[in-house]
Design a protein around this ligand. Sequence first.
Ligand code: IVH
Length: 710
Amino acid sequence: MAKARPPTSPSIESLSKAAARAELEQLASEIAGHDRRYHLEDAPIVSDAAYDALVARNRAIEAHFPELARPDSPSRRVGATPAGPFGKVRHRVPMLSLGNAFADDEIREFLDRVRRFLGLDRDGIVETTAEPKIDGLSISLRYERGRLIEGATRGDGAEGENVTANVATISGLPKRVAAADFPSPFEVRGEIYFARSDFLKLNAAQKADGGKIFANPRNAAAGSLRQLDTTITASRPLRFFAYTWGETASLPATTQLGMVEAFSRWGFPTNPLMKLCKSADELIAYHQLIGEQRAALDYDIDGVVYKVNRLDLQQRLGFVSRSPRWAIAHKFPAEQATTVLREIEIQVGRTGALTPVARLEPVNVGGVVVTNATLHNEEEIARKDIRVGDTVTVQRAGDVIPQVLGFILEKRPRDAVPYVFPATCPACGSHAVRDVNERTGKSDVVRRCAGGLVCPAQAVERLKHFVSRNAFDIEGLGEKQIEAFHQDGLIRTPADIFRLAKRQGQARIEIEEREGFGKKKVQNLFAAIEARRTITLPRFLFGLGIRHIGETTARDLAKAYGTLDALSKAALAAVDSGPDGEAYADIDAIEGIGETVVDALVGFFGEAHNLAVLDDLGSQIVVETFEAPATAGSPVAGKTVVFTGTLERLSRAEAKAQAERLGAKVSGSVSKKTDIVVAGPGAGSKLAEAQKHGVKVLSEEEWLALIGSA
Ligand code: IVH
């Protein structure tokens, strides 16, 4: 194998800054080349040891000249790229999901909400498109100067996988668009899917060759797209429907329908069943009609999608968390089947919750084989009187966990006995109790293990959450690996993850000898861990797994405090102040944060062992300062605003959403911390309050002028 570099590199101390910069640049491209050859081409040209030496040299120079670390440095990149063979693509416009509805009334409510938000009359007409919801995988295709230059999967919505070489093989997709009105850049988005007829043929061929059998067309589409060998992708008849767009230099139309017509003109396949509707009744009739046609279609759908047709209205409606206010998915009812309940197993979650899981006689529910289903909690089992041995009804809807709905009395075995929920934790034997909520006096539906830190099941679940995709997202360290490392005592606490490589002497050898781990895998794992030594504040907070602090709340807290230090100080002050104190109320006052979250946060910071975990982590990692994106230059970013009285140009909800988009905090009451009160006709006590505190008061017109949308 070729030598990677001269055996004696100059000592790092003797490097000038310029020489160090040049060497880092050289190393970045050299290592990237080796990564590509190793991961994509399966044809490395250096030994593992020589590769290691390059990575180590890069890291050592960076340690000495931290200011020279490159954005594309291998020490940052390695964790992200190698373990998954596809590169990552950051979506310039996030790929969003859709809110769901099942009942017809929810569709009426959707339209009412839209009208209210836009300040329209209750019986005002909002034109809405309706189209099938394809059960495939969403994709974003970027065109520049008419040429397809990038294809990316949805991923987590912010970042997906680069599958350019794969999408380039899909025959129904234009690789070039010559139309004069095709913007550059333009990102067309839609669904890649497998036709049912093609799916049956593929599985038959796979079976004959002893290849992989796919459970459903969706899996076949995903499996065919994500192939390192693009000749395999090319051999699979993948199809595409275009239905939305991402970044674009300009818009060829002013309506959703017009956009889809443009897609079609440009040569993209679009769904022929799309229809423009004018009322909830029409939408509901459409849902009914497509439901009746569903079985005869040659592709899987799981509902229909409605979108407000006018793009200017879409723009005004905006988004709530990750779904547009201007669209909704009207799903078809969940699929059901009956089967025998063999056993009830109790799983222990990261907060100690004991969850009963039904182990079932395998059954096909709408195309997917189900063997486990949730029984929710103790009370549900008792209320439904579900017993081991019963024949039960199981329901599955989309990606959610299947659930047991009930049992069939005629089929109950004579000897079936009522289920007794355990009062001790199956993992550690501690008492399992149902807390009584102090505020309501009611006992919690969930029974929890009181073992806390001594319970191995809780510890493992917390670690799994810590490394999960939306938290630390450490490639190569999934649920299976966490379980194994925990069992062997290599990882007991989150900080242990970052000490793993240090324990090379014993640990590396041990790890290398594990099943599924070779030298290269271990090296990749360590690199992936290294790459996460610096982490964003929202990911960090979410990763701690504090009850009630999900992704959105973690972000809200990060936005409010900016740094872990500021947040810790505020939380510790609230621990001291107690629920009636000012420090507690300060956290409670943050937009999006309520009492339950403050209680959970204070509960966490009030425990010495949690503070020890934080300290220990602090010695291993750096949590970045959080800056809320995209509000730079906004005249109201960071300001607290109160709306009062009647607004004439905007509905209250729209005004609030618009202010928040610009980085302002909207509050319901005026205090000395308020920066601006926007007062319309009829403003009363809040206006008086503002005058008392000397808070700036603006009319609606002045407010709109200030934010530049008068
Ligand atoms: S529109 C901003 N239209 O459903 C709105 N999505 O649950 C973007 N999907 O991730 C989505 N058919 O993968 C839209 N006709 C359709 C769709 C569709 C399938 C998928 C899409 C999206 C998911 C959301």
